[in-house]
Design a protein around this ligand. Structure first.
Ligand code: SAM
Length: 229
């Protein structure tokens, strides 16, 4: 799957995706990640990308021309990308939306804003606006990385163990069951006996019940959704 990003800070994407799961997926050709710097599309000799807001007010606003030129350039070379603006005013990102994005046949173009955001007139160029939560960050780079990682790990072959995808929190509409590893006893707390029993049926049943209990306790909103089917 192709992921493209337009950003003023392309170097931010280097280290997070160099190693780990996404880095490996890039090496294996399961993911193509292309980060396009916005600065070369800036105006004049200073390559200006922002300006003061009409009507006054604090901060600067991203001018429309450099953004539009960068989007045209990337989509000209890679037609059919699903164009997403990262903004706190967008649809709130979650597992279901990650699955929808995974299904975009030509891949994604994620645009990271900066300053006070973008000129309103550029919004019409996007297919979708996505927020990663009800808080404001200084730029759309971290939100774009969140989307790339969350969608990327759903691509078949990216995760070493595909069972993780069906068992993890949110996949089945619940939080995941509690996990334990060695030692059998830690500071007086023992691993539940059922997990040591070797009885796979019982383990499965225990995990299902624990996942439901945990979801009802911590995320009653999810529990209500999954009981409605
Ligand atoms: N003034 C804008 C507002 O109040 O809606 C916020 C601008 S924010 C400081 C700068 C950029 O960071 C945004 O254009 C967006 O790309 C990104 N950003 C900040 N918070 C975000 C969030 N929760 N989800 C997605 N992108 C976000």
């Amino acid at each position: 799957m192709e992921f493209h990003v337009i950003t003023l800070f392309p170097e931010m994407f280097e280290s997070p995706f160099r190693g780990g799961m996404i880095g490996r997926a890039v090496e294996q050709g399961l993911i193509q990640l292309r980060v396009h710097p916005l600065r070369p599309f800036g105006l004049g000799s200073y390559r200006q990308v922002d300006d003061a807001p009409y009507g006054g007010g604090s901060g600067m606003v991203m001018r429309p021309e450099p953004l539009a030129a960068a989007i045209d350039d990337v989509t000209g070379q890679h037609p059919g990308l699903w164009k997403v603006l990262m903004t706190p005013q967008g649809e709130v990102f979650g597992h279901a939306l990650a699955r929808e994005l995974l299904a975009k046949p030509r891949g994604l173009l994620l645009v990271a804003g900066r300053y006070e955001g973008i000129d309103e007139r550029v919004r019409s160029l996007f297919d979708q606006e996505i927020s990663i939560g009800d808080y404001v960050l200084s730029g759309g780079e971290l939100p774009a990385m969140v989307v790339i990682e969350a969608v990327g790990r759903l691509i078949p072959g990216v995760l070493g163990n595909p069972d993780s995808l069906t068992e993890e929190s949110f996949a089945a509409g619940t939080l995941e069951y509690p996990q334990y590893t060695r030692p059998e006893e830690f500071r007086g707390m023992r691993v539940p006996e059922v997990l040591l029993s070797g009885d796979h049926g019982k383990v499965r049943e225990w995990r299902r019940a624990e996942a439901e209990k945990r979801t009802a306790l911590r995320r009653p909103d999810l529990a209500r959704k999954s009981s409605r089917g």
